[in-house]
Design a protein around this ligand. Structure first.
Ligand SMILES: [Zn+2]
Length: 248
């Protein structure tokens, strides 16, 4: 292929050699890839503006033997409001970590790319907890992870409104009042319904959804466990984000 052009979001950036950077990109053309930006850490590099973290760019890359090489990059959206707000910054870091961990290398997926970009748009507007939960739920759904939220995963009974509910990340769904025991996260009907609504709602209409503080808190804990079980590892940026949000 030689030279190719693609839209790309910068998910990660690491120093490499003296003046280079290794970038993890989510691209429209090749999915998630690791590329090299040569000389980008020199102060006079023309690439600098187009390879920053959390930016959306139009890139020209050259296919190298091992890693593709960024030859030109024009920043399309810098999401500067994310850089100006600590919460939004921590949320964007977490969104990058989620995308990095859930998306396998080299899998082209336009709907995933659209979701990733929509996530940055939302976080640039305003950070709130429901937005982050929505992005987690949408990403899980997009990757095919749909927990059972209607029937008890142990006895199969349809849950009744208002009954005590448990969520088992390992069993992949909710447990009724009689079956909930062992390693379960306590949930309420409201928090289970919120998870279902987040699966269905368009991200642009998120403002219409009302979830109480208690409902959000239960959803937060259930999602944290579920994500960790699916990934088989805890997420590093998630507790950092929580700490920043909770610090007055
Ligand atoms: Zn049951």
């Amino acid at each position: 292929m030689g030279l190719y052009r693609t839209k790309a979001i910068v998910l990660r950036s690491r120093k490499f050699a003296e003046t280079d950077s290794l970038l993890t990109l989510l691209t429209r053309k090749k999915g998630k890839i690791t590329v090299i930006a040569k000389g980008v850490r020199k102060s006079n590099s023309s690439l600098r503006g187009g390879v920053q973290l959390f930016t959306y760019n139009d890139m020209l890359l050259y296919e190298g033997r091992n890693l593709d090489i960024v030859t030109q990059s024009q920043c399309l959206e810098a999401f500067t409001s994310i850089q100006e707000n600590m919460e939004a910054m921590a949320a964007a870091s977490y969104w990058c970590e989620l995308l990095d961990k859930f998306v396998p290398d080299g899998e082209r997926d336009l709907s995933l790319f659209a979701l990733a970009l929509a996530g940055f748009h939302l976080l640039a507007l305003d950070y709130d907890e429901l937005t982050m939960r929505a992005l987690e739920v949408k990403l899980l759904l997009q990757r095919g992870y749909m927990p059972e939220l209607e029937r008890c995963v142990s006895c199969g009974r349809i849950l009744q409104h208002g009954e005590p509910i448990g969520f088992s990340a390992v069993k992949g769904g909710v447990l009724c009042g009689s079956c909930r025991q062992g390693d379960v996260v306590p949930m309420t009907s409201e928090s289970v319904r919120a998870w279902q609504q987040l699966q269905r709602i368009e991200l642009t209409k998120l403002g219409r959804l009302k979830v109480s503080g208690g409902g959000l808190s239960a959803l937060d804990k259930a999602l944290e466990k579920y994500l960790a079980v699916q990934l088989e590892c805890p997420l590093k940026a998630r507790p950092i984000l929580r700490e920043i949000v909770q610090t007055p």
